[in-house]
Ligand binder design. Structure first.
Ligand code: SAM
Ligand code: ASE
Length: 374
């Protein structure tokens, strides 16, 4: 009995052992499946981007929206002048991405229409439209990223290889044609329609009456400022070609408390102001250029005045957020700068004399840093 019992016990132990080993193997298998699935996802990420780019560029979302009723792939293909087969596959991939939704007609045809997501963010005319961001990413950013390996090897932006522009001046390369400049301005404009209000309300800016937005571009942030703070005036300072386009295409007669000043923030003296805004400026430039610009800002700042930095911040241990880690690579392929940590901006600010420094991580991707001149 005893022996049999032992044998049974042994057998059951070995059974349990086998079971456990199997479970471990299975778990390891599941984990490895997870790994390989993620690598595949990363690898194929560009297919998602390109599907989005192409659907926007062909005008799929605008065409579906202009139609009274859902449309078949054939109708969309005919309307936009594409192959029926290609359009069918593109629309189907958009359904997978939840950019489109389908229903069946009485005669069994598949009919497509926009989802809430594409209606809000991908139609050209929507107030929160990201259409121009998509367009810029498709026509410019994607081509620079094509040379990411070279950018990492050389440590510099890729305009020369991607577009054949040899200018040493960053914004001469960026604005290599008027059309390209307008597209860049539209890109810059679009994000503040979505999260500009959070940026200007991160701190109470009501004590600051005269505000200069250095590199204020299309004026999107200036508009947010005057709408939240009824007593302030905002002056957009930017390069002459930009201010001209801003006046013509982005500002209207209603924007009475916004004025425009053309100039070069590196070469010209800065006007005096209560508050300087530098939104997505410092991330374009090297440490040395940042220190130079911030020193000028400090000089022109009235006592009690300050500077407001708006940037995407890396965490202090550099561990994230992934979006900002990727933006830093984006700055490598497209600018002379990088994304930085809060402490790196704080060091730059204290080095030129700013004292009280507050950081507000405003929920979304952009953080706001307010530094005061004591
Ligand atoms: N602040 C805007 C925003 O966040 O949407 C635009 C940021 S964009 C990355 C940089 C801006 O700085 C562009 O509008 C560009 O024309 C302007 N800029 C670049 N170099 C400049 C200079 N030397 N003087 C004045 N503006 C400049
Ligand atoms: C810059 C930002 C960009 C300078 C050049 C640039 C972008 C593309 N080229 O300051 C876009 C950066 N990212 C987002 C989300 O807008």
């Amino acid at each position: 009995m005893f022996i049999v019992g032992q044998a049974l016990q042994k057998a059951s132990l070995s059974f349990r052992h086998t079971q456990r080993t199997n479970t471990l193997v299975k778990m390891a298998g599941a984990k490895e499946d997870g790994y390989s699935r993620r690598i595949m996802q990363y690898m194929e990420g560009f297919m998602v981007s390109k599907t989005l780019f192409t659907a926007c560029e062909l005008g799929v979302f605008d065409y579906l929206n202009a139609s009274e009723c859902p449309l078949s792939a054939m109708e969309v293909a005919q309307g936009l002048g594409t192959s029926m087969d290609g359009m069918g596959r593109l629309l189907s991939a958009c359904v997978g991405l939840e950019l489109l939704t389908t229903q069946h007609s009485a005669d069994g045809q598949v009919l497509y229409s926009n989802t809430e997501m594409s209606t809000m963010f991908l139609m050209k005319s929507s107030p929160q439209s990201l259409y121009h961001s998509v367009e810029y990413n498709s026509n410019t950013t994607y081509l620079c990223w094509h040379n990411l390996t070279d950018a990492v090897r050389e440590g510099k932006n890729q305009y020369e290889k991607a577009f054949g522009v040899s200018s040493k001046d960053l914004f001469e390369a960026l604005y290599r044609s008027d059309e390209e400049m307008v597209r860049f301005m539209q890109l810059m404009n679009s994000v503040w329609n979505i999260c500009g209000k959070d940026v200007v309300t991160a701190f109470d800016l009501s004590p600051f009456k005269s505000i200069y937005d250095l590199g204020g571009c299309s004026g999107a942030l200036a508009k947010q400022c005057v709408s939240v703070y009824p007593e302030c005036t905002v002056t957009i300072l930017d390069l002459p070609k930009v201010t001209e386009t801003c006046r013509k295409h982005f500002l209207s007669a209603e924007d009475v408390r916004i004025s425009i000043c053309e100039g070069d923030f590196f070469k010209n003296a800065l006007p005096d102001a209560d508050l300087f805004i530098l939104a997505r400026i410092l991330h374009d430039w090297t440490e040395k250029q940042c220190r130079l610009l911030l020193a000028k800002v400090y000089q022109s700042c009235k006592p009690g005045g300050g500077v407001l930095l708006v940037e995407a911040l890396l965490s202090e241990d550099n561990s994230g957020p992934l979006t900002v880690q990727l933006y830093s690579l984006d700055m490598l392929v497209q600018t002379e700068g990088r994304e930085r940590k809060g402490s790196e901006y704080t060091s730059l600010l204290t080095a030129v004399g700013f004292s009280t420094i507050h950081i507000c991580r405003a929920g979304n991707i952009y953080s706001v840093i307010l530094a005061l001149k004591g």
